[in-house]
Ligand binder design. Structure first.
Ligand code: PMT
Length: 415
């Protein structure tokens, strides 16, 4: 990847929190400036105990800032520096991110300039954690990272190696090249879906048997939510029709549904005003023909439940599409490519993402997935095992290409 091209002319807020690895952020700052970025450093008060703000001011594109309340040259004269920083950033990079910073960000606490800036932005955020192994492995930290990932925050995982105090283990800040590559990747993609109206479905539908029982499936919504989060980070205007609204990412319009019929109605009703539909939901193919009004009683014996087909949403959209890009998924256990290709053709989709859902590390519920992408030209591409966020980006790269969108041109004037 051409890192310089990705950074040239882009505005980076470099957030530094208070850990021993703060000194390494100086090198990161220098590299980003050398790559042509406009770098605005923001240090927490604790970060200044490890490295001076003056060091960053000397190397960056504008003076380092440390306070929400300094209305002077360092804040560009702005009485509300967090909104100036957050709104004008192309990307926010936090390196190092301490356990405390991660916890505050996950909880939405904004009690200093850096955390306030994080809440005052729609730009993609990359965090590079660094801390002792015990802290890194603590469930509180890991759960906060799950929350942030779900919201579309990019995490550059730490490495193993020497830590402060002579300890050795996982928790060492990622090498500057890895952080630079991750940020360059995000900058290259960011904005390539600006103005695109994208509708994503997610989660497993529930088809009622009686007021307390339903026919369902194992879909958690994670795959569809990852697509929604990544698409929003790339500038799309995203509507997420989901059966799992409680775990939906921020920054997207959420429509909560339960059954195949309600998902159908919400999606079909929005189709004319949509450019791209990604059907990641596991929609039930059948539902009980009759829903009992009261709870079925065990004493009455095992009921015979007669099923009828649900509406096939993707097939209906495929028959009605007028220029929209349609992406379907296929959850398969055998003859994956053959079954998925049949669905691609029958449902008139432009791209089909086939999953082997019998693998323990792919498909339902887990945070990773592996897929074969099939398109209408007959081509196929197999991905390695990826996080669902990374697979979402691979799918969205294909969507961007189908829309004729090139990666954002970063050749802008440096302000
Ligand atoms: O939610 P997770 O736990 O993260 O799991 C992710 C996933 C395994 C659910 C996801 O990656 C996936 O494979 N989703 C598609 C599941 C599915 O319903 O596959 P299918 O082969 O039955 O359907 C093919 C396509 O038609 C899908 O895009 C589906 O959304 C769509 N469909 C199916 C039935 C129906 N009545 N209407 C539809 O639109």
């Amino acid at each position: 990847m051409d890192t310089d091209r990705a950074f040239r002319g882009r505005r980076v807020v470099l957030g530094v929190s208070g850990g021993i690895a703060a000194y390494k952020a100086v090198e990161l700052c220098r590299r980003m400036v050398d790559a042509g970025a406009h770098v605005a450093p923001v240090l927490t008060e604790d970060a200044t105990r490890f490295v001076g703000a003056l060091t960053f001011s000397a190397l960056a594109s504008e003076p380092a800032q440390t306070s929400l309340f300094n209305v002077d040259a360092s804040s560009g004269g702005s009485p509300i520096p967090h909104t100036r920083l957050g709104q004008s950033a192309d990307v926010i990079v936090i390196a190092p991110a301490t356990a405390r910073l991660i916890g505050k960000y996950a909880a939405g606490i904004s009690d200093d300039l850096l955390t306030a800036t994080l809440l005052a932005t729609r730009a993609p955020v990359v965090i590079a954690p660094a801390m002792h192994t015990e802290m890194w492995e603590h469930p509180a930290v890991q759960e906060n990272l799950v929350t942030l990932r779900r919201r579309g925050v990019h995490i550059v995982d730490p490495e193993s190696g020497r830590l402060a105090g002579g300890d050795v283990g996982e928790g060492r800040l990622a090498a500057p090249e890895r952080i630079m590559d991750a940020v360059a990747d995000i900058l290259t993609r960011s904005g390539d879906l600006a103005g695109v109206r994208l509708l994503v479905s997610a989660g497993g539908t529930r088809e009622a048997i009686d007021p307390v029982r339903f026919i369902g499936n194992r879909s958690s919504g994670k795959m569809g939510h990852a697509v929604a989060a990544q698409a929003a980070g790339r500038g799309a205007s995203v509507t997420l029709v989901t059966t799992a609204p409680d775990t939906a990412p921020a920054g997207v319009d959420i429509v909560s549904v339960v059954s195949a019929q309600s998902m159908h109605d919400e999606i079909v009703g929005r189709f004319d005003a949509t450019d791209v539909v990604v059907m990641a939901a596991a929609v039930a193919d059948f539902r009980p023909k009759v829903v009992a009004g009261d709870k079925l009683k065990k004493a009455a014996g095992a009921p015979e439940i007669v099923l009828e087909p649900t509406p096939d949403i993707l097939a209906e959209l495929g028959a009605a599409k007028r220029g929209q890009v349609l992406v379907g998924f296929a959850a398969e256990t055998v003859d994956i490519v053959a079954h998925a290709r049949e669905k691609l053709t029958r449902k008139n989709a432009d791209l089909l993402v086939a999953n082997d859902v019998s693998a323990p590390d792919a498909g339902f519920e887990v945070d990773t997935n592996r897929a074969i992408l099939l398109d209408s030209s007959g081509a196929s591409e197999e991905t390695p095992l990826l996080t669902k966020a990374a697979l979402a980006d691979v799918i969205l790269d294909r969507v961007a290409a189908l829309l004729g969108r090139a990666p954002t041109n970063p050749d802008q004037e440096i302000p």
